[in-house]
Ligand binder design. Structure first.
Ligand SMILES: Nc1ncnc2c1ncn2[C@@H]1O[C@H](COP(=O)(O)OP(=O)(O)OP(=O)(O)O)[C@@H](O)[C@H]1O
Length: 677
């Protein structure tokens, strides 16, 4: 049976490659790829050879080289994984050599894929492994789907891959984002989401790679600003356009970045960057109309301050120099000073309709004015960074920088240089001019150390020294530098548990814990309805309505990814809905499944992969059961959905734990682990 299938596969390839027969169900791009596999790379469809894998040292060097790409992609890949909500798929990022840089997948799938050689550091170029989503996408430079028997190697025919190139601002492919699945079903909606994710990664890279330029977002429809569809330009203070996304080139009708770069901002639009910045600030960063120079086309645009903060333009627009400005273009008063507005403008305001949260926020504000360190607890995506920024913006240090570092998203080898900085030539691969670390960058302002529980023990000792001595010594430097920071540490894990297990220093724990602030998970917030309305408005950029049934689903859902998950679900719905009403047909992944589940059935639906419970609104919930359910979810979060660890912590067998999860209607399937080099 097996050899019959192999023979059929080889026969199909031969028919096309050697006899030029066109088989109707074969995509011409796949046929060309098979031709390359045979004629150019000399591959054998029956081969069981695994792809080459980088050595440990090569992987470290590659991860340093691709650090920015990996860091920016990770965040979006996690969200995509949650949205696709299928435990049988993996989200994978490869570089232009086809080398796997980062992967998000459930543990069981990761193990299975590793047997096929699909793992970190492996090279999945077309040349090495034949026709496959990642490698073939790199060759054709376009989105591509490779379904099962489209693969060249017979051993890959159970896989289905969809891959989309990630491009830099010049339109050059710098990576491929791929979803590899063991299911033959490839939903159209998945392809749309992968494409959107690739665009989000590109936009993030644009910002971090041009930190000193002003982001300008524009579109012909104001509601499309700050969505994945808007045009984005990075503009220097003198009006030079240093980078643009693909949508910007398309909307302005430039074939390439080289062409666009010949013009200054004011030569393309009928106003200067400075003037657009003032108007944006006056309108609280709502889109303002601007016109294409020499044409009647109208766009809506918003200019922002550079992500790196400093700019002389902001001082030009400060209240001390308004004399030359037209009356309606005067800069806002000092309470709304540009630097402050930019920071607030880029983050959502904290919604304080929840009484518990309001009390916690007030407590944080009181202690921060006295310089007391804050330890902030909250589940992932519950808004720890947003709240920290809000606290900073209302603190005496509000005119200083706010610097956030996520200790969990940095490879262990990079945390030290990222936090403490290094002097020139401190180690191989270091930037020639050295780099000031995040601690020093936060001097005079606030430093948020997110996921502090993930900080390696050796670095905890160094951090403790900095907090005690208020001095930092960059790597490779002899002298230390004075530093003055307000510290906020955040964690979704209980630090006292980590202390008890010897994974976190007790002395550091007491040093960080001046006061403990708790951020409630979204499912427990009283202002869930207000949040849904506010975030939908922000994401859609225009008035949109939710149908009654959709609102009910959103209110019932448990939101394991909290506000982050809610924001992305609302963003997807706003994009998928053509009109102004969002209906059940626009619900993404797990939410659609929640709706599809018949109310009487208490078992989680097949394919429902996020952790969720589905309780009928009208059925009284036993408080004991409810608290057991919440405890289970929190433990799962704490242990990153590792069943063995949770079972061990509770002192029960895995089977007992599975039964409990089943009883509470908690399913595990999409809680994948993420790995990167
Ligand atoms: N009060 C809020 N109103 C609207 N959106 C919010 C609010 N708080 C957080 N968000 C959104 O939720 C997402 C996650 O927020 P944030 O990064 O602050 O969470 P976090 O708890 O720090 O996450 P992590 O645990 O992953 O570090 C962001 O997209 C943010 O825009």
């Amino acid at each position: 049976m097996y050899s019959l299938e192999v023979n059929n596969h080889i026969e199909r390839i031969n028919q096309i490659v050697h006899h030029g027969v066109m088989v109707p169900d074969i995509d011409p791009a796949v046929a060309s790829s098979w031709g390359r596999c045979v004629n150019d790379y000399g591959l054998d469809p029956e081969s069981s050879r695994l792809p080459p894998v980088l050595t440990h040292a090569e992987r470290i060097a590659r991860s340093e080289q691709k650090r920015v790409l990996i860091t920016e992609a990770k965040h979006e890949m996690n969200i995509l994984y949650q949205q696709l909500a299928d435990p049988e798929l993996a989200v994978v990022l490869v570089d232009t050599d086809g080398c796997i840089l980062h992967m998000v997948a459930a543990d069981h799938l990761e193990n299975d894929l590793s047997g096929l050689g699909l793992r970190l550091g492996a090279i999945w170029s077309e040349e090495e492994v034949g026709t496959n989503g990642m490698g073939t996408c790199l060759v054709v430079g376009e989105p591509i789907a490779i379904r099962q028997t489209d693969h060249f190697l017979f051993k890959h025919i159970l896989l289905t891959c969809s891959a989309v190139p990630v491009m830099d601002h010049t339109g050059k492919t710098i990576a491929v984002l791929d979803v590899t699945s063991r299911s033959s079903l490839l939903q159209q909606h998945s392809l749309v989401l992968i494409g959107m994710t690739a665009r989000m990664i590109e936009n993030r890279l644009l910002t971090v790679n041009c930190k000193h330029a002003h982001p300008v977002h524009f579109h012909s429809r104001p509601e499309s600003i700050n969505t994945v569809h808007d045009g984005k330009l990075m503009v220097e203070e003198d009006g030079t356009i240093v980078a643009a996304n693909q949508s910007a080139l398309f909307q302005l009708g430039f074939p390439s970045m080289q062409e666009l770069r010949r013009y200054r901002f004011d030569e393309i639009f009928q106003l200067t960057l400075e003037s657009l910045l003032q108007r944006s600030m006056q309108s609280s960063f709502h889109p303002v109309p601007i016109y294409r120079a020499g044409a009647s086309s109208r766009f809506f645009a918003v200019a922002q301050l550079p992500p790196a903060g400093s700019t002389t333009l902001t001082f030009h627009t400060a209240p001390s120099k308004p004399a030359s400005l037209p009356a309606q273009e005067k800069a806002p008063e000092s309470a709304n000073s540009p630097a402050r507005t930019s920071r607030q403008g880029s983050t959502p305001c904290v919604e304080l309709g929840d009484r518990f949260l309001r009390e916690q926020f007030e407590l944080a504000q009181r202690v921060v004015s006295k310089g007391v360190p804050i330890l902030l607890y909250g589940e992932t995506g519950s808004g720890k960074e947003v709240l920290s920024r809000a606290v900073h913006d209302r603190s005496p240090r509000r005119d200083g920088p706010f610097v956030a570092v996520n200790c969990a998203s940095l490879p262990e080898s990079l945390i030290e240089s990222e936090l403490f900085g290094y002097r020139a030539g401190a180690f191989t691969g270091a930037q020639r001019q050295g780099r000031s670390g995040k601690i020093l960058q936060a001097h005079g302002g606030t430093l948020l150390l997110d996921e502090i529980g993930d900080m390696p023990l050796a670095l905890q000792a160094r951090l403790l020294r900095v907090l005690d001595e208020r001095k930092v010594t960059p790597l490779g430097a002899d002298a230390s530098v004075d530093v003055d920071i307000q510290l906020i540490s955040a964690s979704h894990r209980n630090l006292t548990d980590l202390v008890a297990r010897g994974e976190f220093r007790e002395d550091l724990y007491y040093r960080l814990n001046g006061v403990e602030i708790r951020l409630p998970p979204l499912r427990d917030r009283q202002d869930k309805h207000q949040l849904i309305e506010a975030i939908l408005q922000e994401e859609a950029g225009k008035p949109m309505e939710l149908s009654e049934q959709v609102l009910k689903v959103l209110m019932q859902y448990v939101w394991p990814g909290n506000l982050r998950q809610m924001r992305h679900a609302l963003r997807t719905m706003a994009v998928l809905a053509d009109g102004t009403t969002i209906g059940l047909e626009h619900l993404p992944g797990p939410l659609a499944d929640l709706h599809a589940q018949p109310a009487a059935n208490s078992t989680a639906p097949a394919g429902l992969t996020d952790c969720m419970t589905m309780e009928d609104e009208h059925e009284p919930v036993n408080p004991l059961q409810e608290s057991e359910r919440i405890t289970l979810i929190q433990l799962l979060e704490t242990h990153r959905w590792n069943i063995s660890d949770v079972a061990r912590t509770l002192g029960v067998s895995r089977n007992t734990l599975y039964r409990k999860l089943h009883r509470h209607n908690i399913t595990l399937s999409t809680q994948g682990s993420a790995t990167s080099m």
